[in-house]
Design a protein around this ligand. Structure first.
Ligand code: ADE
Length: 244
């Protein structure tokens, strides 16, 4: 699953015998990649859209593993633009059914975080390392930035594009008070994780850090996606399908 059209374009070119299937207002591309039957789809934006897409992917296509690529805003210390975060779990930063349930707890699930599949995430981490080496951090050299770091940890999702340092600090402090330290924020992952959890389908996710969730967050966003996030997604997923 990809969050962005630019990202998906590169992946689509790798599919042999691509077939287009329309379902639930989404376009699913079925084909083969490295000897695997693969389905590519855009999640659309936000938790509900991502949940619908994931449900359709599992119900209509019977996928047995889900992997997500996209971009995110870095909120953890040292999580910089151009870095990559492989999720080990997701939380919804806008989930609040208090006082009925604890702040951040998913009602009736008895937990606030949903873990990603350990094996699939380990493969994705390995693929990210190999993919970034193959990309040789060209963006970083061009922009004279540090070599990209790969982080592994919690990602927080919510129906909000975080574009203010104050809002980001508030989100982070609420989560940290409750004992959670997310590395990044985005708008879909926790929903995909919850649907995969419900169906018992292994799930892993990787996000390239496009911004620091501050007032600069939207600046150069599409250029970043085209020049960095899309080549990274292609490099990482190409390694990932080889390692499966
Ligand atoms: N995806 C990329 N950057 C983001 C941000 N700052 N907030 C939410 N989702 C994002």
């Amino acid at each position: 699953m990809s969050a962005l059209l630019d990202e998906q374009r590169g992946l689509l070119e790798q599919l042999s015998h691509p077939q287009r299937v329309q379902r639930a207002g989404r376009t699913f591309w079925c084909g083969q990649w490295c000897g695997h039957e693969v389905v590519l789809v855009l999640t659309k934006i936000g938790k509900v859209a991502a949940a619908t897409t994931t449900t359709a992917l599992i119900e209509a296509f019977g996928v047995d593993r889900v992997v997500f690529t996209g971009v995110a805003g870095g909120v953890g210390a040292g999580v910089n633009v151009g870095d990559v975060v492989v999720a080990n779990a997701f939380i919804q930063h806008d989930m609040d059914s208090s006082p009925l349930f604890a702040r951040y707890e998913i009602p009736l699930y008895g937990c606030s975080t949903l873990a990603c599949d350990v094996t699939l995430s380990a493969i994705l981490l390995e693929a990210s390392r190999a993919g970034l080496i193959s990309e040789r951090g060209h963006f970083h050299r061009e922009k004279q930035l540090e070599t990209p770091n790969i982080h592994c940890g919690l990602i927080a999702s919510g129906d909000q594009f975080v574009a203010s340092a104050e809002v980001a600090a508030q989100l982070l402090s609420g989560l940290q008070t409750a004992g959670f330290s997310p590395l990044a924020v985005e708008m879909e992952g926790a929903a995909v994780a919850q649907v995969c959890h419900d169906y018992g389908v292994p799930f892993a996710a990787v996000r390239t850090i496009s911004d620091r969730a501050d007032a600069q967050a939207h600046v150069d966003f599409s250029a970043f996606v085209q020049q960095v996030a899309s080549p990274y997604a292609l490099a990482i997923v190409s390694q990932f399908v080889k390692l499966l």
